[in-house]
Design a protein around this ligand. Structure first.
Ligand code: LLP
Length: 422
């Protein structure tokens, strides 16, 4: 559920008209809804209310300071995958003891920085990383709390580029080696393996892959306990999907997901850590763009718009579907035209929607690309020297620019000339 809806024929984010925002700040822009972010966090927190759970928002999904601060105010922890994300989380007011540092390629500098911040723990993805962490923590005279990320080799039945829990993926340690590596960890100085981690992929809309992985993880936790390891927490990662196509790809409700978690682990006395990203931020954001031109070539209608793959990469990278809603509401019987919504970037792959039956979008018309709050702005680039677009956060009838549009000066100032050219 989200808080983008038509009021008097105009699409609003909560009580703010997207036309007002477009006129004031220009297009394209991202718009986020506070009520939606808060609702999603709360629904998840309530679903896991019976379990001892910590929600760590996956910063990679949306790292805007205002979004992170909104989550922090709700009591959320954060899952970070770089020093940059860790700094963002800290700057947004998240206490270090609610921050988990994950990721397959942490540098020594990043590890040292996180140790000095005294974060809650590290999700470790390989044996060499375990040794590096042990080394650095010992030299700093501290102890790092560690969870090994175990790859359970299950098929998450999602897009191949966002599937992470199969043996051929680069993530985690193989399931069969887990006991051996926990044994190795016990003998290393500077680390204490107090948890265990898994994350099998993203945009998962079926509970079976979770059930399968949880069953394996449960067996592993029991085996590790028999081996004498004291495990306090289990981090089940993120991955719960969102409905990109309305009712067609409806994911399971958080309560159903929580039930599966509880059935698998409820009796083990483990703290459960969750790392949701998309489920919190996905449909809390839209990308608003305007039609520039419409052209008909043969049988195809190209609607050329001012938003492009550099602003929202998901359609290009994953063939992802995002619903398109005209900002001015159309009659329910308005004729639909099959069209390609394409951006100005010089790439054939630059589209926001392809072969989509939509009402006509004439030059000047505004539309919203829905469910763009996760992996939208964070994956934007300045390709074709297009400045990064603004991000606007709405709360009720209030709104604020939480990232201004990049100016051409800022864009050009990123480069500098070598002495022989200046
Ligand atoms: N934890 C770990 C270890 C992860 O790798 C991820 C996402 C998450 C949590 C959060 O997953 P979520 O709850 O958002 O599914 N750019 C892609 C998604 C990449 C996800 C990467 N890892 C997309 O736009 O679909």
């Amino acid at each position: 559920m989200h808080h983008f809806s038509y009021k008097n024929g105009t699409l609003h984010a909560e009580d703010v008209s997207l036309v007002t925002l477009a006129e004031k700040f220009g297009t394209p822009f991202y718009c986020y809804s506070t009520a939606t972010l808060e609702r999603h966090y709360q629904v998840l927190a309530d679903a896991f209310g019976e379990l001892d759970a910590l929600i760590c928002f996956a910063v990679k999904a949306n790292s805007n300071q205002a979004v992170l601060a909104t989550m922090a105010q709700m009591g959320s922890g954060m899952d970070v995958v770089s020093e940059g994300e860790l700094r963002r989380a800290r700057a947004a007011g998240v206490s270090a003891d609610k921050i988990i540092f994950a990721g397959v390629g942490k540098t020594r500098d990043e590890i040292a920085f996180a140790l000095k911040e005294n974060i809650l723990g590290f999700n470790v993805e390989s044996e060499p990383e375990l040794h590096a962490l042990s080394d650095i923590a010992s030299s700093l005279g501290v102890t790092a709390n560690v969870a090994l990320r175990v790859n359970p080799d299950v098929d998450a039945k999602t897009h191949e580029k966002i599937s992470t829990g199969k043996a051929e993926n680069k993530f985690g340690i193989p399931f069969e080696r887990a006991r051996e590596l926990y044994a190795a960890a016990r003998d290393l100085p500077g680390i204490e393996a107090t948890g265990i981690h898994m994350h099998i992929g993203s945009q998962i809309t079926d509970l079976d892959p979770f059930r399968h992985a949880f069953k394996l993880m449960r067996e592993l936790v029991l085996a590790l306990r028999l081996d004498g390891h004291v495990l306090h927490h289990l981090d089940i990662g993120g991955g719960l999907g969102v409905p990109y196509r309305g009712a067609i790809d409806e994911p399971p409700a958080p309560t159903e997901y929580a039930k599966v978690v509880s059935e698998a682990f409820g009796d083990l006395g483990l703290k459960i850590v969750l790392e949701p990203g998309r489920m919190i931020a996905g449909n809390a954001g839209v990308l608003v763009s305007r039609t520039l031109f419409s052209k008909r070539e043969g049988k195809r209608t190209f609607t050329i718009v001012d938003g492009a793959m550099n602003d929202l990469l998901r359609p290009t990278l994953y063939e992802a579907h995002h619903d398109i809603w005209p900002v001015q509401e159309r009659a329910s019987d308005a004729p639909l035209i099959e069209q390609d919504l394409v951006g100005p970037v010089c790439e054939t792959g630059d589209y926001l929607a392809r072969g989509r039956a939509l009402p006509s979008l004439a030059a000047g018309d505004l539309f919203a690309v829905m469910t763009a709050g996760a992996y939208g702005a964070v994956m934007a680039s300045t390709y074709n020297s297009r400045p990064l677009v603004p991000e606007i956060l709405v709360k009720g009838s209030s709104y604020a620019v939480v990232r201004p549009r990049q100016s051409y000066e800022q864009l050009l100032d990123l480069d500098q000339l070598p002495p022989w050219l200046s």
